[in-house]
Design a binder for this molecule. Structure first.
Ligand code: ASP
Ligand code: MG
Length: 457
């Protein structure tokens, strides 16, 4: 029997209408004989609320009671619609039970005045520990045999650092086949996204990580993946900046991954690797227009009717430039720069090097820390470090750029003709992407020009 993994995002777990729509979709799939695994995000706003509350708890325990009250309310408001008394009581009991454990963690943070990545991940996992209780109850109330299995019981194992863990595929695959496969024949299975278990530790996969959980589940069950959201897919550009932006019909794995890393918020880029490994098919689905074909992602080679498929932006970029004439004969200088930034865990996006200077972009919020961290380079080689803020990065993406000539020429001619100064260019590293940096004030105009250049009016 065919299995589909449905990722249900937090953006569509926000009111009764959304839950009704999810129930309808699940019922329809069931009638069609599809086995379903639903991978859930936290309810809308819950993860942000948990993060905010954790920070408040660090300073005082005064608001913990109100936090707990609000969290119960956020979840129980939907249980209020459940008619079956038994189902309702069970869900309410489970919500209270989970939240009472969470309450202890918040007091722990408050009394110890300590908030480690370990505590953050544990607390943040509660959004995904709670949302499936709500959906399970609603589905059961509608007569659908749905069963929530948490990450511990299912066996979603992970490794790596807190806040950016990765699933340990071998042990997880084995555990899920043992624990979930037998249930799948009779039940719709609900699993939490966003976190996994590493021995006794709870680790999250990073914000937006439920997409990744869903990609992993699709891999484990060789299933088709549907990402359910409030939009139908990736766009050729941000429709707020470009009124002619259109939906993209299909993306290759590489394109979807690049767009994700460049900041398109549709799908977490970590989702792609587990799909690519088994050549699985994914589709973005719009809860409010479920019959519409969304953007599909697959290993299918493109027909190249569009050379550039999409333009993505990151509007919070700064550039640091390290200049030194002594750099010329100093092997390893670049590695010193990047090692220093790695020590502070500052990620770098674009890099440009010349004989006497190295420029690279970082998130604007990291710029001061990065510049300060690099001052000590002067101990070995005299150099100057300068930085610039209020910049934006634009990436144009398309698999077919690999085999086309003159794309960069066309792009930067258009920028020049429109008086847009380009600060930094990176091309070729991934072959399917040209990225460049402009002043933040010019970003929307630059995107519009690029869109017009490659995708017409
Ligand atoms: N709830 C987590 C977040 O908001 C994970 C997710 O929704 O993907 O980041
Ligand atoms: Mg989310």
């Amino acid at each position: 029997m065919e299995t589909t993994v449905l990722k249900i995002g937090g953006g569509i777990l926000r009111d009764k209408d959304c839950f009704d729509r999810v129930v309808n979709i699940v019922k329809q799939n069931k009638e069609n004989g599809t086995q379903q695994i639903l991978v859930l995000s936290a309810l809308y706003g819950v993860t942000d609320f948990l993060i905010e509350s954790t920070h408040k708890s660090l300073h005082s325990d005064k608001e913990i009671e109100a936090t707990i009250h609000k969290l119960k309310e956020m979840h129980k408001q939907y249980i209020g619609f459940v008619e079956n008394k038994e189902v309702k009581e069970k869900a309410e009991f489970e919500i209270d039970d989970k939240i009472s454990i969470l309450e202890k963690f918040l007091y722990g943070v408050s009394y110890l005045k300590e908030l480690s990545p370990r505590s953050k991940d544990m607390i943040q996992s509660y959004g995904e520990r709670l949302s499936p209780i709500v959906l399970e109850a609603i589905l059961n109330d509608h007569g659908v045999d749905a069963k929530f299995v948490d990450a511990e019981d299912a066996g979603i194992y992970c490794k790596g650092d807190f806040e950016k863990a990765l699933v340990e595929m071998n042990s997880t695959t084995k555990a899920l086949h043992e624990n979930i496969s037998p249930l799948l024949k009779e039940n719709i299975i609900l699993l939490p996204g966003y976190y996994g278990i590493d021995d006794a530790e709870v680790k999250t996969f990073g914000r937006g990580g439920t997409d990744y959980s869903a990609g992993v589940l699709a891999n484990v069950f060789s299933a088709k993946l549907e990402i359910w959201k409030d939009v139908s897919g990736f766009m050729s550009a941000d429709p707020k900046a470009v009124k002619d932006a259109v939906q993209i019909n299909n993306l290759s794995y590489d394109e979807a991954e690049e767009l994700g890393y460049l900041g398109a918020k549709i799908l977490h880029p970590k989702t792609i690797a587990p799909l690519r490994e088994k050549e699985l098919f994914a589709e973005i689905k719009n809860l409010f227009d479920p019959d519409k074909k969304g953007t599909t992602i697959s290993g299918k080679k493109d027909v190249c009717d569009l050379i550039v498929k999409s333009i993505a932006t990151n509007k919070d970029i700064g550039i640091i430039t390290v200049k030194s004439s002594s750099m010329v004969n100093s092997p390893g200088f670049a590695s010193k720069i990047f090692r220093k930034l790695a020590e502070k865990e500052i990620p770098i996006d674009l890099i440009c090097t010349g004989e006497t200077a190295v420029s690279f972009s970082v998130n604007e919020s990291d710029i001061e820390a990065a510049a300060e961290q690099l001052q000590s380079l002067n101990d070995t080689i005299p150099c100057t470090i300068s930085s610039e803020k209020e910049l934006a990065m634009i990436g144009i993406i398309g698999e077919c750029m690999k085999d086309s000539k003159g794309i960069a020429g066309k792009l930067f001619t258009a920028m020049g003709e429109n008086n847009i100064n380009v600060e930094l260019i990176s091309q070729g590293a991934s072959e399917i992407n040209i990225s460049f940096v402009v002043n933040r004030n010019n970003v929307d105009k630059a995107v519009e020009i690029a869109h017009k250049t490659f995708m017409g009016e």
